[in-house]
Design a protein around this ligand. Structure first.
Ligand code: GDP
Ligand code: MN
Length: 388
């Protein structure tokens, strides 16, 4: 998940036609003062970190002069907010707020599609609204094929007890928000608060956009075009590298490297390693792409310095084990790992696959998966004893 910074989310909002306050991104107290001057003196200085609840942490400050903006910026820049170092501030013209709402669109695990959330109780912790006044949080499940119809957005807005003048502009903002959600492959787009100003406009005061990690390759252009620096994705160096390659990789603390096809078989393999007293070194999902992705996949597994043996577990149905095995053998040829490798190969193409392993590595795949698992575990253990 890539959580965009507030100002980056607002950049996307502005492009989609959602009103946001005028503002400037700054990296020094001097620039904060200059921006405040240009924006009329009365501004809000907001720390740009990929974390929520900045208001409570004192990282959102309303000031009334450029000199004050300078002082606040000097205090916030370089400080830690929500576990992140503040590298930049968004200086925005202060908005006179008449009412605060909550609006969000997220991937809903229950309806298995987009869910629009809207509440007239914005500005505060939405989990609290959901827990204490659930009837004030209105929801609309969207058919992802049809998208959010303007009529449905309006109906949702009508039943959400908003001030009358906010109904139409909030409905319009929701449909635009939906476009941002859809076009960026977001898993979450959240505006808290979406406000009605004293002047009667509806403006997004905050912006949270989380782009699905699996979509980052195809969103690269959009992400590259954003102003400022993208926050680092969470995870280890190797995990981020894997995400860039379109592979799902999680480093674990064991010593048996695991290469299997499909997430289900991989989980089963990890369970088996644990069951027989071993400790897996990684989760890696390569799907049926083991042939084309074998080299980067194996490189990831072997980059973990704790790996002492490798367990290759292929089970073919639609995916052909001979094709996957050839990919892995090519990767082994190139990377020449200096560790024992145990194979278990079953299903479509297994005869050819097993012959390939024998021919190219002089190793015979195990008949039973359990035996391959046990072999990989004891090989890792022997290596540990040698090392210590
Ligand atoms: P968060 O705490 O990280 O969610 O940061 P927000 O961007 O939501 O800001 C926190 C709070 O500051 C908001 O809920 C508003 O109440 C307040 N705030 C932010 N910008 C303005 C502004 O322009 N004018 C006023 N009056 N309040 C603001
Ligand atoms: Mn907020």
């Amino acid at each position: 998940m890539t959580d965009l910074l507030e100002h980056q989310g607002k950049h996307l909002f502005r492009e989609a036609g959602i009103a946001v306050p005028r503002g400037e991104l700054v990296g020094s107290p001097g620039d904060a003062a200059t921006a405040a001057e240009r924006l009329g003196g009365r501004v809000v200085c907001k720390a740009q970190v990929p974390a929520g609840k900045r208001g409570k942490a004192g990282a959102v400050q309303l000031v009334t002069s450029p000199a004050e903006a300078h002082d606040v910026a000097a205090r916030l820049l370089g400080s830690e907010v929500g576990g992140h170092r503040v590298e930049s501030l968004l200086v925005e013209e202060a908005v006179a707020i008449a009412a605060e709402f909550y609006a969000a669109i997220l991937n809903d695990p229950v309806s298995k599609g987009p869910l629009v959330l809207l509440s007239a109780d914005g500005g505060m912790d939405i989990e609290e609204v959901s827990a204490t006044r659930p009837e004030r949080l209105h929801k609309l499940a969207v058919d992802i094929g049809a998208g959010l119809e303007p009529g449905d957005a309006l109906a949702l807005t009508r039943r959400s007890a908003l001030p009358a003048e906010a109904v139409d502009p909030v409905a319009a903002a929701l449909t635009r928000l939906y476009h941002v959600y859809r076009d960026t492959d977001a898993s979450l787009v959240e505006v808290n608060p979406l406000v009605l100003t004293e002047a009667g406009d509806v403006v997004a005061i905050d912006a949270k956009v989380s782009v699905d990690t699996a979509a980052t390759p195809r969103q690269q252009q959009t992400l590259d075009a954003l102003p400022g620096v993208l926050p680092a994705e969470p995870g280890t160096e190797l995990e981020r590298e894997a995400a860039r390659l379109g592979l799902q990789f999680i480093e674990l603390d064991g010593d048996v490297g695991v290469l299997a096809n499909g997430a289900g078989l991989t989980m089963t393999t990890l369970d088996a390693v644990n069951h027989f007293g071993g400790r897996p070194a990684n989760f890696l999902e390569i799907g049926g792409d083991a042939y084309t992705k074998a080299i980067p996949a194996l490189r990831l597994v072997l980059s973990n310095p704790n790996v002492r043996s490798l367990l290759v577990n292929f089970c073919g149905a639609f995916a052909r084990t001979d094709v996957m095995t050839e990919g892995v053998l090519n990767a082994i040829d190139e990377l020449r790992p200096d560790i024992p490798i145990a194979f278990s190969i079953h299903g479509t193409g297994e005869r050819e696959a097993i012959a390939l392993v024998r021919e190219r590595l002089g190793v015979t795949p195990h008949e039973a998966m359990d035996d391959a698992v046990r072999a990989a575990i004891s090989a890792a253990r022997e290596r540990q004893e040698v090392a210590s």
